[in-house]
Design a protein around this ligand. Structure first.
Ligand SMILES: NC(=O)c1ccc[n+]([C@@H]2O[C@H](COP(=O)([O-])OP(=O)(O)OC[C@H]3O[C@@H](n4cnc5c(N)ncnc54)[C@H](OP(=O)(O)O)[C@@H]3O)[C@@H](O)[C@H]2O)c1
Length: 308
């Protein structure tokens, strides 16, 4: 099947493209200027140059396909450069849906995120709005809502490797964030990271499975960990132990108010807010339905790539 993937050059996209090829599909990628060398196996893919705000480029990428995977997403806005959640999570997705509908491309898969809601952060709200629009179209849709995604970034950006570089290698103790005045539950917020290979397998299997039509898949890994364990496992994978220190969320938020818009500042207020909310779900039913028998567990062994 010829499948267009928008956002096929990033961390998750590269694994989806790999899975598409393994399953005998023909990936068509929209590729931004400067991202040409990020394409996985370019000789086996159709490449369409362009940005998602260019309707002609999206049309060229979508028109001859049987399915579209909208996988574009950002974690930090740079409004001065037009890089906003609204533009990339909502406007771009809606543009792709319209173009798919008018060109008779029925199947549409949307990469959303666990915890999206109408009254959440800008990240969560715009992804939720894109889901709502998709549900109102005549498209044959499936939505994926992953928790944090881990796995060998292969030169792209991924949270565990980033934590290793920014936190574990830092001479400072690792921060255990807490809300309120007392650090009684510092670092106790939970998440269930899903491995990128399992996520890519789910997406590509769901693509051709009639039972996945009209479904929203919560996608979490088999192990739930709290922030303390995240730090301990990543440090353990690197063969070190890391001291920790409680840090109040309000203090980070105060600093982030000034530095949010700069790429050098490690965390935005929205990111911190989503981290503290927790990021867990149960995907047992999804894995069973799609025949994924042993999803990869988040532990020191599966995190060995952080030091590579
Ligand atoms: N990583 C996680 O933990 C996580 C968790 C939940 C949900 N998600 C979702 O999963 C999806 C993939 O995330 P990721 O971690 O793989 O992110 P990523 O590595 O940053 O990849 C983002 C992709 O979007 C593309 N993109 C960005 N701006 C674009 C534009 N203006 N026009 C066209 N393409 C554009 C990027 O292209 P370039 O290569 O040219 O930059 C890249 O292909 C996103 O929707 C994200 O919200 C991720």
């Amino acid at each position: 099947m010829r499948v267009t993937i928008l956002g096929g050059t990033g961390f998750v996209g590269s694994y989806i493209v790999e899975q598409l090829l393994e399953h005998g599909h023909e990936p068509v990628l929209l590729v931004r200027r400067g991202s040409e060398n990020k394409v996985e196996q370019p000789e086996r893919c159709w490449l369409v140059p362009g940005d998602v705000d260019d309707a002609d480029a999206v049309h060229d990428a979508v028109k001859d396909s049987e399915a579209v995977i909208y996988n574009i997403g950002i974690i930090r806005e740079f409004p001065q450069d037009g890089i906003t959640f609204q533009a990339l999570h909502f406007d771009g997705a809606k543009r792709a849906m319209n173009i798919a509908e008018t060109n008779g491309v029925k199947r549409f898969l949307l990469m959303s995120a666990n915890g999206v809601k109408s009254d959440g952060t800008g990240y969560q709200r715009t992804k939720y709005m894109a889901e709502e629009v998709l549900r109102s179209t005549s498209l044959d849709w499936t939505v994926f809502r992953p928790s944090l995604i881990f796995g060998d970034p292969r030169g792209k950006t991924e949270f565990a490797k980033q934590l290793y570089q920014d936190v574990i290698l830092s001479p400072l103790p690792a921060p255990l964030f807490y809300e309120g005045l007392l650090p009684l539950d510092a670092g106790s917020f939970q998440m269930s990271p899903i491995h990128v290979r399992d996520l890519a397998t789910v997406v590509v299997k769901a693509l051709t499975m009639p039972e996945s039509s009209g479904k929203i898949f919560p996608l979490c890994g088999p192990r739930t960990v709290d922030w303390r364990e995240v730090i301990r496992f990543i440090a353990g994978a690197a063969g070190v132990s890391k001291p920790v220190v409680p840090v109040p969320v309000w203090a980070v938020n105060t600093v982030a108010t000034f530095f949010d818009r700069f790429a050098f500042f490690p965390v935005t207020r929205d990111q911190l807010s989503m981290l503290i909310q927790g990021n867990t779900c149960d995907s047992t039913a999804v894995f069973e339905a799609l025949g994924i028998e042993a999803p990869i567990v988040f532990d020191e062994e599966s995190l060995q790539y952080v030091t590579h």
